[in-house]
Write a protein that binds this ligand. Structure first.
Ligand code: PXP
Length: 246
């Protein structure tokens, strides 16, 4: 069965849009994560970025205490965040590249260019009992480098596939790249996750890619929640306004 990890970063984005710097506010990503679990999600994903633009340190610790499914913590290889991750003890970390200007994680990690440092980091996490995943483009060289580093998982970047699906571009070529990368990873004993840009329209196409274990999906689910939930929210507010006597 294909598993779903829900990325709740954008719940925190919405909170920070109003309450940044106050240390409180709604919506609470932990409360929303618990609802995702109730709905059947197999895991919760959060990304603690260096600039703390959405998930905050306190969210990581609160999430660890609250959820019962697997916690997947995405992070860049920077000393401060690595120490926080080791202390928070997620079930799995997913190492991603991070660039302050980007809106979201744009490309995969260049594992082949930093094999040694990623090997050291991967060993630290594994010794702490935390599984390691590397977020990479569907590129055979990166898959092979990920196996050398000693990661147990890779997460294939589906951004190019999602863009092809959105724009009517070369979907078969992108699915072919994902398939080849997944097959090579599987042959090397790596477990394969995928994510980025997956949504309610393109998901069915991904069924053609073999060996997938888990999909990490964020924006489209949070966005759908707003779309399907706004009517109830407006109705509830109108009920509160109904008793006004003038
Ligand atoms: N996987 C990784 C490694 C990511 O960085 C992201 C984006 O935060 C996702 C999955 C989820 O992407 P999306 O929000 O487009 O579903």
């Amino acid at each position: 069965m294909l598993k779903l990890g829900v990325n709740v970063d954008h719940v925190a984005t919405l909170r920070e849009a109003r309450f940044r710097g106050t240390g409180h506010g709604e919506p609470d990503p932990v409360a929303i994560a618990l609802q995702c679990e109730q709905a059947g999600a197999h895991g919760i994903t959060i990304h603690l970025r260096e600039d703390r633009r959405h998930i905050l340190d306190k969210d990581v610790h609160a999430m660890r205490r609250a959820i019962r499914s697997r916690l997947n913590l995405e992070l860049a290889n920077t000393p401060e965040i690595v120490e926080i991750a080791l202390a928070a003890r997620p079930d799995i970390v997913c190492l991603v590249p991070e660039n302050r200007e980007e809106i979201t994680t744009e490309g995969g990690l260049d594992v082949a260019a930093q094999t040694e440092s990623l090997q050291t980091l991967s060993t630290r996490f594994k010794q702490a009992g935390i599984e390691v995943s590397l977020f990479i483009d569907p590129d055979i060289l990166q898959v092979e480098a990920s196996a050398r580093v000693g990661a147990q998982f890779i997460e294939l970047h589906t951004g190019a596939f999602a863009e092809a699906a959105r724009l009517g571009g070369p979907i078969d070529r992108e699915l072919g790249r994902l398939t080849a990368a997944s097959q090579r990873a599987h042959a090397l004993g790596l477990q394969v996750n995928a994510g980025h840009g997956l949504n309610y329209s393109n998901l069915h196409l991904l069924h053609r890619v073999p060996h997938l274990i888990e999909l990490n999906i964020g924006h489209s689910i949070v966005s759908r929640a707003v779309s399907v939930g706004i009517q109830k929210a407006v109705e509830e507010m109108l009920v509160l306004m109904a008793g006004y006597q003038g």
